[in-house]
Design a protein around this ligand. Structure first.
Ligand SMILES: NC(=O)c1ccc[n+]([C@@H]2O[C@H](COP(=O)([O-])OP(=O)(O)OC[C@H]3O[C@@H](n4cnc5c(N)ncnc54)[C@H](O)[C@@H]3O)[C@@H](O)[C@H]2O)c1
Length: 374
């Protein structure tokens, strides 16, 4: 089986999730191409060497510029904070490498457009890691909507709620700094809901957005006695109009006490509704108004049937549920198949640009307190 040499930049949260995916994909999915985990890159020599050993990488490195130009690397996986995505992706494209980039694609529309231009010019395969698209229940939602089962879509309601930043003593991590993260809850988690909205319903034409920063300063990471300014939103909410006429609401906050990773959506159509909640990710709630009246109501489908539901065949028998890490294995599998065919799977950098335009319009609308065209 032909090998694809992989370089992964970043070795913490997403670095671990992606490493696991490269290790799992071959035994379960038998892709046409085998990822060879050549090199893991970070900034701290000791930390990256340890991570490389733990996560199964052949080598560790500290200079991404050197790594993306290595002849034994075919795929560059960008799992670093947003401020480095554009520079790494453009260099990787110029070196002719396929690219998997974590979300959000960049910290600005300008950067995102430059990344798209670079991958198109180089003719390399590119993919954006909005892994939630690849949950079997979410794919079933997409299929039901596309096949018209719930009729004309009227509403999309996406909420992504967490509470891990409630403590004011939580230090000023990179996620609180606009120069590094681009935005706060907006790009971090609302971007996932917005990507799901585009995946399920279609393009967003207009947005009326709001952003709020409740905790304005936080202790510095290196000097907790001193405080620094939070330059991103803690919470974000928007009303959106889809090009097809559907009306949506999207909310992303890291200040919702008790909500840990509450990534939920509901789609209401002229003939039914669909609801999904990541914390019950093997299930899909479906309501069809065509059901006989006495038994009409939301039903819960356990989306684990290998014959009817995507990706499940590679895993376990029906009812033997899958979890968070599987979404990354599915992403990597589709990426490898994309590389084999020379076709960029979606979401790709073009989706990243489209998402970034909505995020930018949302921020602009929050500042002007007016509707903003995308
Ligand atoms: N798909 C998802 O569900 C999901 C979840 C969390 C984070 N993310 C995204 O993944 C990316 C990384 O987030 P994370 O949570 O893994 O962050 P993290 O802080 O856990 O890890 C960041 C890693 O990047 C490395 N890094 C930073 N700058 C670097 C540089 N210049 N060169 C080499 N390495 C560098 C750090 O050493 C660290 O290993 C972000 O874009 C984030 O939005 C996506």
């Amino acid at each position: 089986m032909k090998e694809v040499g992989v370089a992964l930049i970043g070795h913490r949260f997403m670095g671990r999730a992606h490493s696991n995916a490269y290790r799992q994909v071959v035994p379960f999915f038998r892709p046409r191409l085998t990822p060879r985990m050549r090199v893991l890159c970070g900034r701290d020599r000791k930390a990256v060497s340890r991570a490389a050993q733990e996560l199964g990488w052949e080598e560790a490195a500290t200079d991404w510029r050197e790594v993306v130009n290595r002849p034994d690397v075919d795929l560059v996986d960008i799992s670093t904070p947003g401020d480095s995505h554009a520079e790494i992706a453009i260099a990787a494209a110029r070196a002719g490498k396929a690219i998997l980039c974590e979300k959000p694609l960049a910290n600005s529309v300008r950067e995102a457009e430059a990344m798209l231009k670079a991958v198109e010019k180089a003719g390399v395969v590119h993919m954006l890691c909005h892994n939630y698209r690849r949950i079997p229940a979410v794919m079933l939602a997409k299929r039901l909507i596309d096949e018209g089962e719930i009729g004309t879509v009227h509403h999309f309601r996406g909420t992504y709620l967490q509470d891990w930043i409630l403590d004011p003593d939580l230090p000023l991590l990179w996620r609180f700094q606009k120069a590094k993260a681009g935005s706060g809850a907006l790009g971090d988690i609302a971007s996932h809901s917005l990507d799901l909205g585009r995946f399920l319903v279609g393009e967003i034409a207009e947005v009326a957005g709001a952003l709020e920063t409740f905790i304005k300063t936080r202790p510095l990471v290196d000097n907790p006695k001193k405080k620094g300014r939070v330059t991103v939103d803690d919470a974000s909410a928007a009303v959106v109009r889809f090009a097809n006429g559907a009306l949506g609401t999207i909310e992303g906050t890291r200040m919702a006490a008790g909500r840990k990773n509450y990534n939920r959506f509901e789609v209401n159509g002229s003939r039914g509704s669909i609801a999904f909640d990541l914390e019950r990710m093997n299930e899909l709630q479906v309501y069809l108004s065509s059901d006989p009246a006495p038994v009409r109501g939301f039903r819960t489908i356990l989306v684990t049937d290998p014959d009817s539901h995507p990706y499940i065949r590679a895993w376990w028998p029906p009812g033997h549920i899958i979890g968070y890490e599987h979404t990354f294995v599915h992403t990597v599998y589709d990426l490898l198949e994309g590389i084999a065919k020379g076709k960029s799977p979606r979401p790709n950098f073009a989706d990243g640009v489209a998402n970034q335009r909505v995020l930018a319009a949302w921020e602009k609308s929050a500042r002007s307190r007016r509707w903003q065209k995308v």
